[in-house]
Structures are given as structure tokens and as C-alpha cells.
Ligand binder design. Structure first.
Ligand SMILES: Nc1ncnc2c1ncn2[C@@H]1O[C@H](COP(=O)(O)OP(=O)(O)OP(=O)(O)O)[C@@H](O)[C@H]1O
Length: 648
């Protein structure tokens, strides 16, 4: 004995506490107890076949689960190997040890499910008393009855031999779990848990097993494989109808053994919808009911069932270890979804059209996350526009070779102009539309006009022939623009329109995306993409005030200013009011300026222009400054002098 080993002590186990934790806290739902017991019954069938391949003691046939609502009990009956009395003590009643794992190690059988020697304990999470009556196929004339309340102590007594080898497990349910004693509920739960188990599982007196639907990737059913896939998907997918179904094949490089079926669900999806639904089976038993994280995050419309023997379950068998097989499976599933969508587009055009119509919005985002998907979808996926859903190609054709997209949330002056020209405009405020079209334009080498951005507006608002002198531009900016508005002299149609305020849509978009982030409504991948596009916007310029240098009204205004005309400020005040009123009419959001003040400004200007001439006292040469009187600001000309027409 080495130094210090004389102090070696054995750790004490508080069996009562351990049993209680395992029985009541290991699993997320009491239904798992049913799964564990059916799985034990199934393993027992496999054991019997392995130990008695010739069937000298008869053949295992089926598993039957019955409920007695009056008594509040459930019974699981199998025709498997049964247990001898020593086996009851050594395996059933010893926590952490099971015969099943040993048998798998010896035989290498991949059909055996049990591994931890824990599952039976889960019976005590739902039952106040558990009775196991069993006859081993090795001792067909003997019967034993195990009985326990709570799992910590148990008795085993002789019992009449069962008519055939096998085991009957009876659960007297705790009052809070009595509702489980309902055969219809059992059909639903077991239909999902057992769908891939080869041994038939019947509920109550049913002649049809709950796992009677042919498994398309196993049974290779005769006839149309697509029809068989659709039938399985329709039977399994509880919430949605399948629009199409395609297989998950084993990876060619052997990185994953997973096989199964994926389908596109009916039921509209939006950018932020996540209806991913993936059930994972291990050796035929449901392991993870909602393993959505194995599917790509953009595939919110995909459902599926897969099975793999390489995955490792956690001890509760409700989740999977995140090991290299898990990662390889994720990769394989992404490939399978993309391949499946390609196959659907090629072989099932009607289903493809329905998928595009149902999931168009989400596919726009998906296309951005996967290059192959982008190639598939670029010309097919509908984009929401001012003229309904159109493909990017149709949008481009109608825009004379350019794709027009509005950055704002609808309306707006620039959009109005294009609508008048009957050019459809994509709704850039919708999920993924803007980055999708930017990428499309890059890929197809076409022009993209982003209405509301500075570059997009250049298409509408042309440079003036000559720049405005700085003093005139400065005066106009002070007289017409509010803080956050930038005055931009430009030429545009119609010339009758002297000025127009165009909000900076990129700044709006940025603000909205930051809002969305707070709401966590957009999946993070899509949000990152959107933010990358708005990162260059600093948001300080909230709107551009385009001043039409072709407009006669602007010519007159500038002339009046240059000449020091007192009416210049009155006219500018009037235009400022017009600006605010037009902006309010064009926007569906809050008014860009103070609408009340703008309306009042019109009245003030009209009053100023129609006020009776005030007589001038030639003695002191003073005149009444109308503008000052009206509170519209200084009316000084560039040099601070008054114009010759000031008394008019
Ligand atoms: N219905 C049954 N028929 C025959 N043997 C059974 C039955 N149920 C349980 N056993 C025996 O009891 C052992 C312990 O069962 P338990 O469910 O606790 O663990 P397991 O199935 O081996 O592993 P796991 O915890 O992974 O389910 C099994 O290995 C098996 O030998």
C-alpha cells in the first residue's frame, strides 16, 4: 500500500436521494417514462432473438400498452426474453447496471437501445407503485413478481408463470399523473416515440400498431419513392402538411451515418418564423424531439425525422452530445436541404411554385446564407414590390434594366415619382429584400437604384448646371432647412415643384434595424447582414432638402434675395411651410416638421403680402419692416442693405 492509501475511504451513497433525483429530475417530461419502458420491452425482444435465434421457445411478437383510467394505471407487456430472479436483482434492481449494454458489447448488435442502466428508474417519476411480473425464456415454467414503491426498496416473490415468456410492467400512477392513463393520448405519444421501432407496438386492443407506417428509407417500399416519402411526412408532421419531401442520404465520406427524411412544411413563414422541427432517433428510439439546432438557422420551414447510431445521447436520452458526429450531421443536413430544394425545383415544379409562394420571404434570407441556394433562387424567388410579388428578373425588366428598391417603409416623394412612371419598386424595408437585390445586381451585373439613398436620389435629382454661390446657399439653408436637414440644390421634374424634402432612408433603416435588434425579432445572421449594409450610415443627416434650381419660384426667390427685397424672407417662409406640409402628406410616419407652425406660416405670409401699404413718413425716412413685424426673421440682403423695392 503506497503512502497515504491507508486513509482511503469509500464514498457513501445516499441511495434514497440519488433515486429521487434520477427518478424525478433526470427527464424533462413524465412521458419519458413511457418511452423508457417501451424501449426496455423492445430491447428484451432483441435479446430473445439474439439468445434464441431458432425460436425454440416461441417467437417474440409484439408490445402492447394498455391503460385503465378507472384504476389510474398503465401496463406495458412484452413477449421478449423475460428475467430470471437473479437477473431481477442484478440488473433491474441495480441502478447503473443493465444486461443490455453487456449484451451489445458481446454481440455487437446495433439494435439494442439501452446503455446506462437508468431508464427503469423513470417509472418511479410517474408511478407510486411499480409491479414487474416476468417469466424468462430460459425458465418458461417460472414466474417472479418484483414490486416497489419509490424504487429504494423492493420485494421479489414467486408468481404464476406467464403464458409465454416475457414481462408485464404495471404502473399505478401518482395522482398528479393519472391523466396518462388515456389510450388516445398514448396512441399519440407512442406514435411518435416508436415510429421507427421494428417490433410492432399496439395500444389497448388495437389491431393496428402505432408504428405501422412504412419507413421510406428502410423499407424501400415498392412504387413511387416520392409518394412513400410524402405519406410518411404527412403521417409524422403534426403541425403542418408537407409540400415536398426529400431524403437525407448517408454521407459519401462516412462522416455521418444519419439517414432519414426532410420535408418542407406548409404554413406560411416570415423572416423571423422558426418552425424548424427535427426529431432524432437512435437505434429506432426517439432521442431528441426538437433538435432544430441541427438544421440550418435559415431553414425555418423544414421538418424532418432522422436516425443515426453514431450520435451519443445524454443520460436523460433527451439530447445529444455536441461531438464531431453532431457537427458532421449538421453539415450533412444543410447539404440535404439545399440538394432537396434543387431536386424539387427540377422534378416537382408545382410543389416548387407553392414553396416559393409560401416561403418566399424566408427564402430571400436563406439565399443570402448559402451560395448554392442563392444560385437556385436568384431568378425564382418572389420579391415584394409596389406592384405585388415579382421576381428580381421581372423587376429589372420593368425598370429598364435597373432594379429599383425603396429603402423607406413605403410612400415618400421619390417613390411617388417612380410610381408615376410605372416602375415597380421593391420593398427594401422587408426582411432580406435589400441585401438580396444588392447581391442579385452584383451577380447579374445590373444597376440597382436605391430610392432614398444619396446615390439613388442622384437618379432623380440631377446636379445643377452651376453651383449656387456660397452666400445664397447659406441663406437658403438657414431660411428653409431645419436642423438635421441638408440643403441640396438640384434639378428635377416637374419644374413647378420648388423644393422637396426626402428623408434619409438609410438613417431610417439603421434606426429600425437597431430597434429590431432590441426586439430580437430578426435572426442574428440576417441582422448581421443588414447591419453590415447600414454600418456606413452615421445617421446625422436625417433628410435632404432638394431645391429645384430649374423652378421659376426658386429663381424669383434668389433674385429677391440678391436684390435685398423685403419679400424674400416672406416667400422663403411660405416655401418652408410648403415643404413641411408636403413632407407630412408623403410620409406615413410622424410629420417631419411642425405642421401647425407650417400652416400658420402660410397665413402669416398671406397676411404679409396682402397687408395695406403702411404710409412712410418722409421726415424720418423710416419704413415699417413687414418681415420683422411678422416675425419671419431678418430680411436683409447680402450686404445688409434693403432693396429698392422694399416699400412696395
Ligand atoms: N421489460 C424488460 N424485459 C427484460 N429485461 C428488462 C426489462 N426492463 C428492464 N430489463 C432489464 O433491466 C435492465 C435495466 O434497465 P434500465 O431501463 O434501467 O437500463 P437499460 O435499459 O439497460 O439502460 P438505459 O438506462 O440506457 O435505458 C436492463 O438492462 C434489462 O436487463
Amino acid at each position: 500500500m503506497s503512502e497515504g492509501q491507508e486513509n482511503l475511504r469509500t464514498t457513501e451513497v445516499d441511495l434514497g436521494g440519488l433515486v429521487s433525483v434520477l427518478a424525478t429530475h433526470l427527464y424533462s417530461t413524465p412521458l419519458v417514462a413511457l418511452r423508457e419502458l417501451v424501449q426496455n420491452a423492445h430491447d428484451s425482444h432483441t435479446r430473445r432473438r439474439l439468445e434464441d435465434p431458432d425460436g425454440s421457445t416461441g417467437r417474440p411478437e409484439l408490445i402492447r400498452v394498455t391503460a385503465d383510467p378507472a384504476r389510474g394505471s398503465i401496463a406495458i407487456e412484452d413477449t421478449g426474453a423475460g428475467l430470471t430472479e437473479p437477473e431481477i436483482h442484478a440488473y433491474l434492481a441495480t441502478v447503473g447496471t443493465g444486461y443490455t449494454r453487456m449484451l451489445r458489447e458481446v454481440t455487437g448488435s446495433q439494435e439494442l437501445i439501452g446503455a446506462f442502466g437508468l431508464g427503469f428508474l423513470s417509472a418511479f417519476s410517474v408511478a407510486e407503485e411499480v409491479t414487474v411480473t416476468t417469466t424468462s425464456h430460459r425458465e418458461p415454467g417460472l414466474g417472479h413478481r418484483y414490486r416497489s414503491r419509490g424504487g429504494q426498496q423492493y420485494t421479489v416473490d414467486p408468481a404464476p408463470a406467464r403464458p409465454r415468456p416475457g414481462t408485464l410492467v404495471e404502473l399505478l400512477l401518482k395522482p398528479e399523473h393519472r391523466q396518462l392513463a388515456d389510450e388516445q393520448a398514448l396512441r399519440e405519444v407512442l406514435g411518435r416515440y416508436c415510429v421507427l421501432l421494428p417490433v410492432p407496438v399496439h395500444v389497448g386492443a388495437d389491431e393496428q400498431p402505432v408504428n405501422g407506417v412504412p419507413v421510406p428509407w428502410r423499407d424501400r417500399p415498392a412504387g413511387d419513392p416520392h409518394a412513400a416519402r410524402m405519406a410518411f411526412a404527412a403521417a409524422f408532421g403534426r403541425r403542418f402538411e408537407p409540400l415536398t419531401a426529400f431524403p437525407l442520404e448517408p454521407a459519401a465520406d462516412g462522416s455521418t451515418d444519419a439517414v432519414g427524411l426532410l420535408w418542407v412544411q406548409d404554413g406560411g413563414s416570415y423572416g423571423s418564423t422558426d418552425n424548424r422541427d427535427l426529431a432524432v432517433y437512435l437505434r429506432g428510439m426517439l432521442l431528441a424531439e426538437d433538435a432544430r439546432d441541427l438544421l440550418p438557422s435559415w431553414a425555418g420551414f423544414i421538418g424532418g425525422v432522422i436516425e443515426s447510431n453514431l450520435l451519443t445521447p445524454t443520460a436523460s436520452r433527451e439530447d445529444l452530445q455536441r461531438d464531431e458526429h453532431y457537427r458532421a450531421l449538421r453539415q450533412a443536413l444543410t447539404e440535404a436541404v439545399v440538394n432537396g430544394l434543387y431536386e424539387t425545383a427540377r422534378l416537382h415544379p408545382a410543389a416548387w411554385r407553392r414553396i416559393l409562394a409560401r416561403h418566399g420571404q424566408e427564402l430571400l434570407g436563406a439565399a443570402l446564407c448559402d451560395d448554392r441556394l442563392f444560385t437556385l433562387l436568384a431568378d425564382d424567388v418572389p420579391v415584394p414590390t409596389s406592384q405585388g410579388d415579382l421576381t428580381a428578373g421581372a423587376l429589372r425588366a420593368a425598370g429598364s434594366g435597373a432594379v429599383h428598391v425603396a429603402l423607406g417603409s413605403g410612400g415618400g416623394f421619390e417613390e411617388m415619382l417612380y410610381r408615376a412612371m410605372r416602375v415597380p419598386i421593391a420593398r427594401g424595408d422587408r426582411y432580406a429584400v435589400l441585401p438580396f437585390l444588392r447581391r442579385y445586381a452584383q451577380l447579374r451585373d445590373c444597376r440597382i437604384v436605391e430610392l432614398g439613398s444619396e446615390s439613388g436620389n442622384k437618379e432623380l435629382f440631377r446636379e445643377p448646371e452651376q453651383p449656387l454661390p456660397a452666400d445664397q446657399a447659406g441663406w437658403l439653408a438657414a431660411a428653409l432647412a431645419e436642423p438635421g436637414e441638408r440643403l441640396v440644390p438640384a434639378r428635377f421634374e416637374p419644374v413647378g415643384l420648388p423644393l422637396v424634402l426626402v428623408p434619409d432612408r438609410e438613417a431610417e433603416l439603421k434606426a429600425r434595424i437597431e430597434d429590431d435588434q432590441a426586439d430580437a425579432r430578426i435572426p442574428s445572421a440576417a441582422l448581421r447582414l443588414a447591419r453590415a449594409f447600414t454600418a456606413r450610415t452615421d445617421g446625422t443627416v436625417k433628410a435632404r432638402l432638394y431645391l429645384n434650381t430649374d423652378s421659376p419660384a426658386v429663381h424669383d426667390l434668389l433674385r429677391a434675395y440678391r436684390e435685398g427685397h423685403t419679400g424674400a424672407a416672406t416667400a422663403a417662409g411660405l416655401l418652408r411651410s410648403v415643404k413641411v406640409i408636403m413632407a407630412a402628406a408623403a410620409s406615413d410616419g410622424p410629420a417631419a416638421g411642425d405642421l401647425g407652425a407650417a400652416l400658420a406660416g402660410i397665413g402669416t405670409a398671406v397676411a404679409a403680402l396682402t397687408a395695406p401699404a403702411v404710409p412712410v413718413d418722409p421726415a424720418d425716412g423710416l419704413s415699417v419692416d413687414l418681415d420683422r413685424l411678422l416675425g419671419l426673421g431678418e430680411s436683409n440682403g447680402p450686404d445688409g442693405t434693403r432693396g429698392e423695392n422694399e416699400e412696395r
